[in-house]
Design a protein. Structure first.
Length: 201
């Protein structure tokens, strides 16, 4: 029981540092600690691991952008799991009503107004991501560029590259894991990567 309490207190301390001091290292620690479990939780509720990753990514973007309003009543872990459930529900609703790209416009505008400094740096971050992508295997890099930069659907990519949709998904997962790992290894701002990725998805 003591270890659970200790873990909760550590999480609360990390989030307070994010909330009060804009501590990006504390944010990265929260991400490293909870990312995998949240992915597994989301993946049980949605149709693909890629969608689960996008949902969890949005949870972390919201955690930072709304940090001033967030109050952790029980534990950060419980808050994040509830946020994942909400994003899953939101994703289902969006899929039902999405008949065109209009739904993406207000989402993008909202993120731009919340994080103006990050958006100003988006070109530099895109360049960094593009440079990192050159380290990927050829096919994996092509899939990544078509998916994240040119915004093609998985099916369109499979037709263009003559590979299966499932293989497209595997390459996307591999490339995104590679990008996240390298952003952390090179001490780049993982929060900025999340927000940029959410804008180019």
């Amino acid at each position: 029981m003591a270890s659970v309490i200790s873990t909760n207190e550590i999480d609360k301390d990390l989030f307070e540092r994010v909330k009060l001091n804009d501590d990006r290292q504390a944010f990265a620690e929260i991400f490293n600690k909870h990312w995998e479990n949240l992915i597994n939780s989301a993946a049980q509720r949605v149709s693909s691991i890629e969608l689960a990753e996008e949902i969890v990514q949005q949870v972390f973007v919201d955690l930072y952008s709304k940090r001033a309003q967030i109050v952790i009543e029980s534990s950060l872990e419980a808050y994040l799991k509830t946020a994942v459930k909400f994003q899953v529900f939101k994703s289902f609703r969006q899929q039902q009503v999405r008949t065109n790209h209009q739904i993406h416009v207000p989402m993008a505008n909202s993120q731009k107004s919340d994080e103006p400094d990050l958006i100003l740096e988006s070109k530099q971050l895109r360049d960094e991501i593009f440079q990192l992508s050159e380290q990927l295997p050829k096919m994996c890099r092509e899939v990544f560029i078509l998916s994240r930069m040119e915004q093609l659907s998985n099916r369109d990519i499979s037709l263009q590259l003559d590979i299966s949709v499932s293989m497209v998904r595997k390459h996307i997962t591999k490339s995104m894991n590679f990008m996240r790992a390298n952003f952390l290894k090179q001490h780049m701002d993982v929060l900025k990567f999340f927000i940029l990725a959410s804008l180019i998805l």
